[in-house]
Design a protein around this ligand. Structure first.
Ligand code: NAD
Length: 509
């Protein structure tokens, strides 16, 4: 092997990653050193002895280990975040100064983009092409966008019927506990951390137990950018760490992304302590193809929308609803296209679909496909099996002929499985689209602009895409309707989730 470059990022304070790039551009899995906890600007070993293996889902092999934190670790991190909020400069700094530091974070992410992309791919099994072009580049945009919001964080003056000066101040809430899921570690962690920082809060972050690597590397970049010690702390571990964070009396707000079941537990617990909470939860996105739509474009959007991130995407297309005259053509084209999507090693630049996040995710998909096989009238048009590629691989799968109350249609599968159902009228399409407990995202393809507006207004979802899929940007808010949660990420709306309004009234008479 002819080595082009060996780069060792980090220092003795950090999670150290070794990147080996071979001449000719082949991409290698990074070597990662065991992770520690990041508390008050220092890497610590953890108060208990617990460690967890981090597995590469494409091989099932351990990549490294991280601390399996406990309540004492959470307490140490929260105390650090509390002191940084109450006594440190971050919350009191002018928004313009925080913005300058957040822009430095964006620059550092750009500079270390390849390393972060490799970490994300080895941790989650994401194809490297997407870790670079979507995950890393989105996080850069998040910091750029929320830097602009930090500069514009302003209150308002109000007029009342007596001579007075009355105004509002948007103030940070305090210590934010951020709990995040396994499927988009970089994007979803920083969709919380960036606005929380912009508003002047301090943070204790608990990344998903399966995919904690990029969060640990980001902690070091925050320090390098000049974010003061204690402002961002990372405690790795499982549910015990998350729960300790929700229960901790010095945590002022919880920002959670994950499954609806765990979200319910977290929101319930936060409610007991009267803690504000945002919960970004599961999805079951419908995609409606109306007669008169550009069928080729709709089929393309459907295929990428249901296989992207191996279907482990809360906004992924899961239920395809098709105008009956187009049904056979669409099923045939979607199945043929899905069967040709390159599935394989995430470190090959030709790979579009990698493995699932691990064995438990694979087992869940297999169980749903088994249920489909037992349902009268159901037909697996393509896929329906594991792929023997060494890791947690599953073939993109299309299922037709299911009843609307089938568990495959109603429940979140979170894998590369698409169900297809016909409709005869616009009303029926909308009724089917709105018939699950979820309401995170929805989409439609139509050639009729009036229909686009009419249907978008009636779909129960936090975001609706017309003649497109998954166009996301930090400027555009998203969040759940119904059991997909409450609160908004992105947009100026996200800043509102991390600020509280104080009114100041001074009579002038
Ligand atoms: P999960 O609910 O199993 O875990 C999410 C996080 O919660 C993890 O960090 C986990 O350790 C922690 N946790 C588990 N039990 C806890 C408890 N009792 N108290 C506190 N924390 C606890 O979710 P997952 O499997 O990692 O992620 C997939 C789910 O996330 C899917 O349902 C998906 O739809 C959802 N998701 C939603 C969005 C969104 O924006 N709405 C985005 C991505 C993923």
């Amino acid at each position: 092997m002819s080595i082009d470059q060996i780069e060792t990022a980090g220092s003795d304070r950090s999670l150290s990653t070794t990147i080996i790039a071979e001449k000719g551009g082949a991409v290698h899995r990074p070597a990662v050193e065991p992770g520690r906890l990041f508390i008050n600007g220092v890497w610590r070993t953890g108060k208990g002895n617990g460690r967890r293996e981090v597995l590469d889902p494409s091989t099932g092999q351990a990549v490294t280990t991280v601390v399996d934190g406990n309540g004492d670790d959470v307490d140490a991190a929260v105390q650090a975040a509390r002191a940084a909020f109450d006594e440190g400069p971050w919350a009191r700094m002018p928004g313009r100064e925080r913005a300058r530091i957040l822009l430095r974070v964006a620059d550092l992410i750009r500079k270390h983009g390849e390393e972060l992309a490799l970490l994300e791919s080895v941790d989650v099994g994401k194809p490297i092409i997407f870790s670079r072009s979507i995950d890393v580049s989105t996080v850069v945009q998040q910091y750029e966008f929320f830097a602009s919001q930090a500069q514009n964080l302003e209150g308002a003056t109000r007029t009342i019927p007596i001579p007075s000066m009355a105004y509002t101040r948007p103030e940070p809430i305090g210590v934010v506990g951020a709990i995040t899921p396994f499927n988009f570690p970089l994007i979803l962690s920083n969709s919380k951390i960036a606005p929380a920082l912009a508003a002047g809060n301090t943070i204790v972050h608990k990344p998903a137990e399966d995919t904690p690597l990029s969060a640990l590397r980001m902690a070091e970049l925050f320090a390098e950018a000049g974010i003061p010690d204690g402002v961002v702390n990372v405690v790795t571990g499982g549910a015990q760490v998350g729960e300790a964070l929700v229960r901790h009396p010095l945590v002022d707000k919880i920002a959670f992304t994950g499954s609806t079941g765990v979200g319910r537990t977290v929101a319930g617990l936060a409610g007991q302590f009267l803690k504000p909470v945002t919960v970004e939860l599961g999805g079951k996105a419908p995609y409606l193809i109306f007669d008169g739509a550009d069928v080729e474009a709709a089929v393309g959007a459907t295929i990428s929308g249901f296989v992207f991130n191996t279907g482990q995407f809360c906004m992924g297309i899961t239920r395809l609803l098709v105008a009956r005259p187009l049904l056979d053509t669409v099923i045939e084209a979607v199945a043929a296209g899905a069967a040709q999507v390159p599935v394989g090693d995430p470190f090959l630049e030709s790979t579009v679909v990698g493995p699932m996040g691990g064995k438990r995710h694979l087992a869940k998909v297999e169980e749903y496909v088994r249920i489909a096989r037992e349902e009268p009238g159901a037909r697996i048009v393509t896929g329906g099996q594991r792929l023997d590629l060494g890791g947690a691989y599953y073939a993109p799968t299309v299922v037709t002929g299911l009843s609307n109350d089938s568990r495959l249609v109603q429940e979140e599968i979170f894998g590369p499985v698409l169900t297809v159902q016909p409709f005869d009228t616009e009303d029926e399409a909308i009724a089917l689209a709105n018939s699950t407990p979820y309401g995170l995202a929805a989409g439609l393809h139509t050639g009729d602009v009036s229909q686009a507006h009419r249907v978008a207004a009636r779909l129960q979802a936090g975001i609706v895409w017309v003649n497109s899929w998954a166009l996301l940007d930090p400027a555009i808010p998203f969040g759940g309707h119904k059991q997909s949660g409450y609160g908004r990420e992105y947009g100026p709306e996200a800043l509102a989730e991390y600020t509280q309004v104080k009114s100041v009234v001074i009579p002038l008479g």
